[in-house]
Write a protein that binds this ligand. Structure first.
Ligand code: RET
Length: 269
């Protein structure tokens, strides 16, 4: 659709809201993370999730984060072929390829906190983290391939491949990582479950929006898509980061961890 080839002022406004929201979120998370002591890595990772997103939102607000994909023969064919051209905010995928692994590492840092001893436990932890991060990176990259596809067959095959990796991520964080979180006892298990529920609900919106939006079926306008992406991005990054950092802080203040020895079953790592 031709109207979806334009960066409108509505989109610009929401991209600026995304930029400012992420920048403010980064500052708030840094402030909340003060006093986290040896758990400060959670605040550092959550800060960078928001800082990275702020930079990519700024790139998009400046009009530098989108590209028009069009048939190679655009200028040699009748004007109707322009209908096949689409505007793609490719910058989203660069943002996500860095930030989604950091979000998952934050979640798994809570769930796998007890697996810190050298040897078997550490190897199990490394295996789970590598599996989730690998699948997540492929989910984003293949999603980008789909977004850049003009041919519907290519597009939906890439979408399906991306969904398979998404299900792989969910399988691990709902299966073995959740079991390890539960094994650490009540409070850590409860924090993990809360973070997992927030992450799952929000992350499911991304493929749905992709399908409804200009990357997929063009059921909703690019304006609507940019608006909803900005809102769920803020919730998935700033909202998730705040719940993570305040949750870990509460646990460490309650003495569930701070002075416990490394590898203690009650340590929120
Ligand atoms: C894509 C493409 C099609 C299939 C699937 C997707 C999933 C994307 C997800 C993105 C999460 C992004 C987050 C950003 C943080 O702000 C790539 C849309 C499954 C789950 C959490």
């Amino acid at each position: 659709m031709l109207e979806n080839l334009e960066v409108t002022s509505h989109q610009e406004t929401w991209l600026w809201i995304g930029t400012v929201g992420m920048a403010l979120g980064a500052i708030v998370i840094l402030a909340l993370g003060r006093g986290l002591g040896k758990h400060s890595h959670h605040a550092v990772a959550s800060f960078f999730v928001c800082a990275i997103a702020a930079c990519f939102y700024l790139l998009m607000a400046f009009g530098q984060g989108d590209v028009i994909v069009s048939p190679n023969d655009l200028f040699l064919t009748p004007i109707e072929r322009i209908e096949d051209a689409r505007l793609v905010y490719f910058a989203r995928y660069i943002d996500w390829v860095f930030t989604t692994p950091l979000l998952l590492i934050g979640l798994m840092g809570v769930g796998l906190a007890a697996l810190t001893q050298a040897g078997e436990a550490m190897r199990e932890r490394a295996g789970l983290v590598a599996g989730v991060v690998g699948a997540d990176i492929l989910m984003i990259v293949t999603g980008l391939f789909g977004a850049l596809s003009l041919d519907d067959t290519h597009k939906y095959i890439w979408f399906a491949v991306s969904c398979v990796f998404f299900l792989g991520v969910l399988f691990v964080v709902w299966g073995p990582v959740r079991a390890a979180a539960k094994a650490q006892g009540g409070e850590i298990g409860a924090l993990y479950d809360k973070l997992l529920a927030i992450l799952t609900v929000l992350w499911f919106i991304y493929p749905i929006l992709w399908l409804l939006g200009t990357e997929g079926t063009e059921t909703i306008s690019l304006n609507a898509e940019v608006t909803v992406f900005a809102i769920i991005d803020l919730l998935a990054k700033v909202g998730f980061g705040i719940v993570l950092v305040t949750g870990v802080k509460k646990l460490s203040e309650a003495g569930a961890s701070a002075s416990a020895p490394a590898g203690s079953a009650t340590q929120a790592n």
